[in-house]
Structure formats: structure tokens, C-alpha cells
Design a protein around this ligand. Structure first.
Ligand SMILES: [Zn+2]
Length: 277
């Protein structure tokens, strides 16, 4: 298949016009006329995943996060991002990013997160603007088959996602019963007000900060379950890989990255011997 054929499938699954205005999605480097026999899907286009793509002979890296979100005036090889572009081009590999268009798609990033957790999705958390397809939008609301306490639910989330040093932390009464759940892959604290109005028992997202979380719990909002940003979006990789496998059968080999690109590498909690206070 040509790269252009793969891009056509990706743009049908994750239409670029549904991306946020500030976003930078699509082809970062690569020649649409060149052959693609192997694709590597990952969350982050980093030196680790680009090395992985070169090692496994992929001609296309499909990433969720943009490499060049802000404007650049060049891609010199002595710049970390420029070096990645050089490495990709020298190894005849393309980079394609599907970011907020993959968030709002059906299925999208939050569907993959909801499915991993075991939720049956009922609809979007924040519906897309009226000019975009119905049922799409950011985040999802879904239900567990049966209600369970927050402490059990948090463990369910931890067991559903790849391990990270942050692990999974929850805010709220550990015994609170959880059945109806909102999820948003990636940084979701801008939807704290929305989940409060959505009548859910818990909200699963990433990158929650002290003050918004504290004020949310103080005001009686749904329990919060905070996971690592990378882990929350990782289930999308398999979803995207499956879309490509279905479109191309055996003609394109589609791999999901095995590299952990969560930037946090050490997690420490206070030991019995720690401190002097
Ligand atoms: Zn993200």
C-alpha cells in the first residue's frame, strides 16, 4: 500500500476537520507516494518510539500526540524534535499524528479507555459542535455492569491500564458506590464542571491538579480517578491498529508500541525509616 492509502483510512476514522483549531494533526513528514508495509502505533513521538519504529522496520509511525504543536522555523538535527524528523526521513519512515480528531471520533481515545475499564458507553461527555457528526465529542459516559465501591473501582482501573510509577489515585469516599462513570483520555480537568452536571459517580482522567480536585470534592462532585496521561491514552493504540488491520487485511503489518513513554520513571513513597520529623 502507498502511504496515501493509509492516510485515507486514518482520515476517514479520524477526520482532520474535527480537530481543535489550536491542534496540529496529520502528516508531519513522509512521502505519500512511498510504500508502507509496516506501521507502528504509539501515544508519543519520542526518541524511544522512533528508535522502535526504525528497529522494527516500520515505514509509518502513527502517534496520538503532535510532534510539532507550536510553530517552528526549522527542523535542525541538533534540536531534539528536529533530530527525530531527521531520523525518520533518513530511515524512510513517515510520522502521522491524530490528536483531538482521535479524541472526538467514534470510536475514539475515550472509547478505548472506557472499553479497557469495562464500561458500556452511552454517549459523549461533551458533545461535538452541531456541524460535526452526531454522537461524537470529547470524553465518554458509560456504566459498569454492577455498582462497586470506589476503592474496588480504582483497582479495576489500575488493572486495566499499563503500569506507571504514578499508579492510580482516587479522590472521594473509598466506599462510595460507583456505577455511572465519565472518562476522558488525557488531561481532563477542564471538564470537571461538566462531570459535576452529568450525574456520574466517578470521573476517570489524567493530569488532575490539587486545587481543582480539592474544590471539586469539597463541592460534592463525583469521585475522581487520576491516572497517568500516557496510560489513559495507551488503549487507543490498539483501537487505531485494529482500524488499519481491518482496512488492509494482511497487506500492512500493524504493531502497537511496547515502549513506555510516560516521562515519570521513579515513584517513591515515604518509608518507615524516612524523615526526622
Ligand atoms: Zn494526550
Amino acid at each position: 500500500m502507498k502511504l496515501a492509502d493509509v492516510i485515507a483510512v486514518l482520515e476517514s476514522a479520524y477526520p482532520p476537520r474535527t480537530a481543535e483549531k489550536w491542534d496540529a494533526v496529520g502528516l508531519v513528514c513522509g512521502d505519500p507516494a512511498e510504500e508502507v508495509t509496516r506501521v507502528l502505533v504509539c501515544v508519543d513521538p519520542t526518541s524511544s518510539t522512533v528508535d522502535e519504529a526504525v528497529e522494527c522496520g516500520a515505514q509509518l509511525v502513527l502517534a496520538h500526540h503532535p510532534l510539532l504543536l507550536r510553530g517552528v522555523n526549522g527542523v535542525p538535527a541538533d534540536d531534539p524534535k528536529g533530530a527525530l524528523v531527521h531520523k525518520l526521513i533518513r530511515n524512510r519512515a513517515a510520522l502521522y499524528c491524530a490528536h483531538t480528531n482521535a479524541d472526538s471520533a467514534l470510536p475514539g481515545v475515550s472509547d478505548a479507555l472506557a472499553k479497557a475499564i469495562g464500561l458500556t458507553v452511552a454517549g459523549p461527555l461533551e458533545p461535538a459542535p452541531a456541524d460535526l457528526p452526531e454522537d461524537t465529542g470529547t470524553g465518554r459516559i458509560g456504566e459498569l455492569p454492577e455498582a462497586e465501591p470506589l476503592r474496588v473501582f480504582a483497582q479495576r482501573v489500575a488493572d486495566a491500564l499499563p503500569a506507571t510509577v504514578q499508579g492510580v489515585r482516587a479522590a472521594g469516599d473509598p466506599e462510595r458506590l460507583i456505577k455511572r462513570v465519565a472518562v476522558c483520555g488525557g488531561a481532563g480537568d477542564s471538564f470537571l464542571g461538566t462531570v459535576q452536571r452529568a450525574g456520574v459517580d466517578a470521573y476517570v482522567t489524567a493530569d488532575l491538579r490539587h486545587h481543582p480536585a480539592s474544590e471539586h470534592i469539597e463541592s460534592g462532585g463525583p469521585a475522581l480517578v487520576d491516572v497517568a496521561h500516557w496510560a489513559s491514552e495507551w488503549p487507543w493504540c490498539e483501537q487505531a491498529a485494529e482500524i488499519l488491520r481491518e482496512a488492509f487485511g494482511g497487506r500492512v503489518d500493524v504493531l502497537v508500541s511496547t515502549r513506555r513513554t510516560d516521562p515519570w520513571t521513579v515513584g517513591a513513597t515515604r518509608s518507615a525509616a524516612g524523615g526526622h520529623a
